[in-house]
Design a protein around this ligand. Sequence first.
Ligand SMILES: Cc1cc2nc3c(=O)[nH]c(=O)nc-3n(C[C@H](O)[C@H](O)[C@H](O)COP(=O)(O)OP(=O)(O)OC[C@H]3O[C@@H](n4cnc5c(N)ncnc54)[C@H](O)[C@@H]3O)c2cc1C
Length: 295
Amino acid sequence: MEIVRNADLSRLTTLKVGGRADILAFPEKEEDVRDLILMSRERDVPIFILGGGSNTVFGDVRGVVLSLKNLREMEIKPFREGLLVRVGAGSPLSDLISLSVKENLEGIYRLIGFPATVGGAVSMNAGAFGVEMKDFLISVTFMDWEGKVHRVEAKELDFGYRRSPFPEKGVVLSCEVFLRKSERPILGKLNKIKELRKRTQPINMPTSGSTFKNPYPKYAGELLEKVGMKGYRVGSIAFSDLHANFLVNLGGGRFEEVVRIVKEAKRRVFEEFGIRLEEEVRIVEDSGSDGWKVL
Ligand SMILES: Cc1cc2nc3c(=O)[nH]c(=O)nc-3n(C[C@H](O)[C@H](O)[C@H](O)COP(=O)(O)OP(=O)(O)OC[C@H]3O[C@@H](n4cnc5c(N)ncnc54)[C@H](O)[C@@H]3O)c2cc1C
């Protein structure tokens, strides 16, 4: 298993902002994950589970960052009117979307356009255009913080809007999804979504996607635009001109700038509308002084 000490974290997130981690590890198999969990507990240092880094911004992590990108696998079986797919947590979500294009499968193609891993999409219950990851899940296999592996039916897990029991319950290792055959061709619909994202989101820049959750029935982007945050800049970090809820890195952006701009956005929205925006993006930093915990 590859282990890097004093690792630069900026290349591991899509916003390309980052401090350093004491230890960055790339487990290859279940036992590696267990070893790292038990080691971080024993040494009393924090641990952070990383997928594609498309919803994460790092400061310095005085602990272990565990990247699951090597836990990839895909096993496909015909099942009822579709396919049952067992997929590793580190597999790109786009592998499932490519499969859905090849086999003309319903629904999951709507999640095109963000560089998530399957584990990150389960943990965030990622969603777009009327579907969420939980809609396709049959079961989740995870390792708890004692190192024990469990397979749980998805219906027994509490998923919500951009919320799941993970990583609090443990590290998602793999999951099973059911993808139903579609009666009508999906490719045209998928291309429309791709075009819409291209027009309305800064997908060609380093970005971490939506910064805040929508305080439904309001939309975070609209509130941010009304308080002048669209295009607002702190150093090299800005809210995009295309989408007021997307942070972009204009080049060399720093963690402190992310923290400042997020604070300013929350302050303005609260003062203007009395609404406390809640971060969707995971802003991760730890001095390690509080002992073992899951970041
Ligand atoms: C251009 C762009 C567009 C986006 N559009 C959308 C959108 O439409 N809808 C949407 O929902 N999101 C969107 N996002 C945000 C992001 O892609 C999703 O939240 C995605 O699910 C994060 O996956 P990841 O693998 O990158 O997770 P990471 O950023 O690596 O991690 C996110 C969280 O999941 C946890 N985690 C990751 N893997 C595991 C695991 N195996 N076990 C337990 N916990 C784990 C991490 O600890 C962290 O808390 C967008 C992002 C970008 C950059």
